[in-house]
Design a binder for this molecule. Structure first.
Ligand code: PA5
Length: 486
């Protein structure tokens, strides 16, 4: 039964295994005769390092069998295993960019980078900065922003605050940013692997000019460059101006770089625990690099489901969350999967929604529109804070039935109802659940997505680590801007 192996969890989590087994037997006896018209597949990957130190999966296979059969899983498993072997054995295309695979454990073993980051934080703290400006685009800013947004207050600002520049070319934004910087006490982290990307290069020219006007020769102390070890305009500039620098390893591409100084340095400067982030990622690394079946490797399972659905014409994956603070993580995920898989006229288009907000805009399409979608719910088991709906003993607002209930309870029920409704509407549903919003959980899920993405792209038959299509707009833009005339 695929159900049994899909319910299987990590071998060092026996209590969860037993629980999952009983859960399935109970569920099967009570529910399996329910006529189900549509597919629903429900995985819960719980990242609970305090209790279990592993990911848990619960899979509802009676619901999955309308879309993915036991035979489908058995047929694809060898392909997924091969993809995993290609990744770990460095025999697949783009193998020279797989330095991220062992990165979490190696950074924790050899602490040179962590020590250097700590020293930088200490040095910079003497300025008492209230603002960290991260200049970068794509993989050079999205990871840090995803963690920052997930762990910062939804209303009001963290101190130091992190803001971004060079992630687009909006003139009004950058003009306002200059005014903002004049009033603040900033430290600048400029990030570009190639060192030549136009958007961050323009933003950096603006910002360093302002910094030099404001701080004179001391400006260089407040600027840190993260770039290639040897090449690129940013490296040349950093050497000429005497900025402190960090290296982006040659074997790690932009969208896989969140756990290099690209993500670690700005996050540490803002006071986040990068040690916990790496611990979470290392925990996941251990699990995914050790286990090699669909039954015990959640990334293999997620990659298999994606590719099986893709073959059935489900060409759009929606990442949906009921936790708005995860919306930037979805942006990071979109880049990771979109840039890794969308090539050679192939690929699953990654899109994202924030519920319940988007249920009042895109919900209609998901429920009833073109059936090219499948949906991955990303949720958090334990809310950061909760609030009770006031008990007024009144039904004036027709909310008597909810008074005294926690708002998180209502949100969870809304999520449960949405998964069910969308599944009934013919949208395959996958659910990934983080235990809480912490650095550890974020490190874990980010590594999980990186690993799944590489496997999924290999199964699809493309190089996960290149992005040839990104060049087309640049060539045209340079032509229109007359770059080669100077
Ligand atoms: O994933 C990628 O490689 C891209 O998104 C890059 O991160 C992005 O284009 C920025 O490139 P660079 O860091 O060279 O400025």
């Amino acid at each position: 039964m695929p159900l049994i192996y899909l319910c299987g969890v990590k071998s060092d989590c026996n209590s969860q295994k037993i629980f999952s087994g009983f859960w399935f037997i109970y569920w099967f006896i009570t529910k399996c005769r329910t006529p189900l018209l549509h597919f629903c597949f429900y995985i819960v990957c719980t990242f609970d390092h305090h209790k279990h130190k592993c990911m848990k999966t619960k899979a509802d296979v009676n619901l999955v069998k309308n879309f993915i059969s036991e035979k489908d899983f058995s047929d694809i498993e060898p392909l997924v295993q091969k993809a995993r072997e290609m990744l770990l054995g460095k025999t697949g295309s783009g193998a020279e960019f797989t330095g991220w695979v062992n990165l979490p454990s190696s950074l924790l073993e050899n602490k040179d980078i962590l020590n250097k980051i700590e020293a930088t934080c200490h040095r910079v703290s003497t300025f008492n900065p209230d603002l960290i400006v991260v200049i970068g685009i794509g993989g050079s800013y999205l990871g840090a922003r995803a963690v920052y947004d997930a762990l910062s207050p939804s209303i009001g600002h963290r101190k130091p605050e992190m803001i971004f520049a060079g992630h687009q070319l909006d003139s009004a934004y950058h003009a306002m940013l200059m005014d903002y910087l004049k009033e603040r006490n900033p430290v600048i982290v400029v990030i570009s692997k190639s060192g030549t990307t136009t958007e961050p290069a323009i933003a950096f020219r603006l910002i360093r000019t302002l910094m030099e006007e404001k701080y004179g020769s001391d400006a260089a102390q407040r600027i840190i460059a993260v770039t290639d070890e040897k090449k690129g305009a940013l490296r040349t500039l950093a050497v000429a101006k005497g900025y402190e620098t960090y290296i982006i390893p040659d074997d790690i591409g932009g969208r896989f770089s969140v756990l290099t100084p690209v993500g670690l340095l700005p996050l540490a400067l803002c006071g986040f625990s990068i040690q916990d982030l790496l611990n979470g990622a290392a925990e996941c690394q251990k699990e995914l690099t050790t286990n090699h079946t669909l039954a015990n490797n959640q990334a293999m399972l997620y990659a298999a489901i994606r590719q099986l659905l893709y073959r059935q014409g489900k060409h759009i994956e929606l990442q949906s969350t009921f936790c708005p603070k995860l919306s930037t993580l979805s942006e990071w995920w979109k880049q990771l999967f979109g840039e890794s898989e969308g090539k050679e006229l192939k690929g699953i288009f990654p899109a994202s929604l924030v519920f319940t907000t988007d249920l009042h805009s895109m919900g209609q399409f998901v429920q009833d529109g073109n059936r090219v979608l499948f949906e991955t719910f990303l949720s958090v088991a334990k809310p950061e804070k909760d609030i009770e709906i006031p008990v007024l003993n009144s039904n004036d607002d027709e909310l008597l039935y909810l008074e005294g209930k926690q708002m998180s309870y209502v949100n969870h029920k809304a999520e449960e109802a949405t998964r069910f409704a969308h599944a009934q509407g013919g949208v395959p549903v996958v659910a990934l659940e983080m235990e809480n919003l912490t650095e550890f959980s974020l490190g874990e899920i980010m590594y999980f997505f990186e690993f799944s993405c590489a496997l999924s792209a290999y199964i699809q038959g493309v190089n996960p680590f290149d992005q040839p299509g990104v060049e087309a707009y640049k060539q045209k833009m340079f032509e229109l801007l007359g770059k080669n005339n100077k």
